[in-house]
Design a protein around this ligand. Structure first.
Ligand SMILES: [Zn+2]
Length: 245
């Protein structure tokens, strides 16, 4: 999960925090800061990308919308219909999870062949629990292995695992091309391809031993948190200042 910089609430010309009359009005500002990607699964979307409420505005068991959650900038991210739908109205205690705008979520999760997402092995037990919570909340572990319906349901709308698997293969092919013919032009064109296919975390994983490509990926995807990566160590992920990881 790409760690991003959302920053504080946008302000008006007088330096006052903007009060959003409707949460949908924050969408443009969020896209400007975070790119046109789901904050959780990293899918690239245009019109279907929605303002996501980290804490649901109408949690289970509550009779009316919670207004303070509805239009609060701190409660916003961006999400695709699959992540949004999986999260649904499950109430969330933020400290029980890891978040892409607060933690180095790339350090907490690993991506591997087939587009499989797992909790990183070298975390403390407390962080492992939080990383598991984040995966379960958004359904990032859904695959035909965990949910056989995904493989035989022709009408399935959740293609996240399939997209990841495809992009993993595309990124591996790009890496092989680079091995045989390493030019600045090819590096640039791979970044263009990565921006189009999205799933930044997969590209970062496949190119993790290539510091130049890591730098290019971090710089090219709008809003990626550069401070989550150690330039002196080939852009290896490192704990985020002020984050849980
Ligand atoms: Zn998503």
């Amino acid at each position: 999960m790409r760690p991003v910089v959302k920053s504080s609430c946008p302000q008006d010309d007088f330096g006052r925090d903007i009060i959003f009359k409707k949460f949908q009005n924050a969408r443009g500002e969020l896209i400007d800061r975070l790119g046109q990607y789901c904050s959780y699964c990293e899918m690239k979307l245009d019109s279907a990308l929605a303002v996501e409420h980290i804490q649901p505005i109408h949690p289970e068991g509550v009779s009316a919308d919670m207004q303070e959650r509805k239009v609060c900038w701190d409660n916003f991210l961006l999400a695709c219909p699959n992540c949004n739908g999986t999260k649904n109205n499950i109430d969330v205690i933020p400290d029980d999870y890891l978040w892409p705008h607060k933690d180095n979520t790339f350090l907490a999760l690993t991506y591997s062949e087939g587009g499989v997402i797992r909790v990183s092995a070298n975390l403390s037990d407390a962080l492992k629990t939080k990383a598991h919570n984040t995966i379960r909340l958004t359904g990032l572990d859904k695959s035909p292995t965990t949910n056989p319906k995904l493989s035989n349901d022709p009408a399935r709308s959740d293609r996240r695992w399939e997209n990841r698997r495809e992009v993993w293969n595309i990124a591996c092919d790009a890496k092989a091309d680079l091995t045989g013919h390493d030019t600045p032009e090819l590096r640039k064109s791979i970044i263009t391809a990565a921006l189009g296919h999205a799933y930044w975390s997969i590209w970062m994983t496949v190119f993790k031993d290539d510091a130049d490509m890591c730098r290019r990926l971090i710089d090219a995807f709008v809003g990626t948190c550069r401070e989550c990566f150690d330039e002196q160590q080939g852009f290896a992920p490192m704990p985020r200042l002020g984050g849980q990881i």
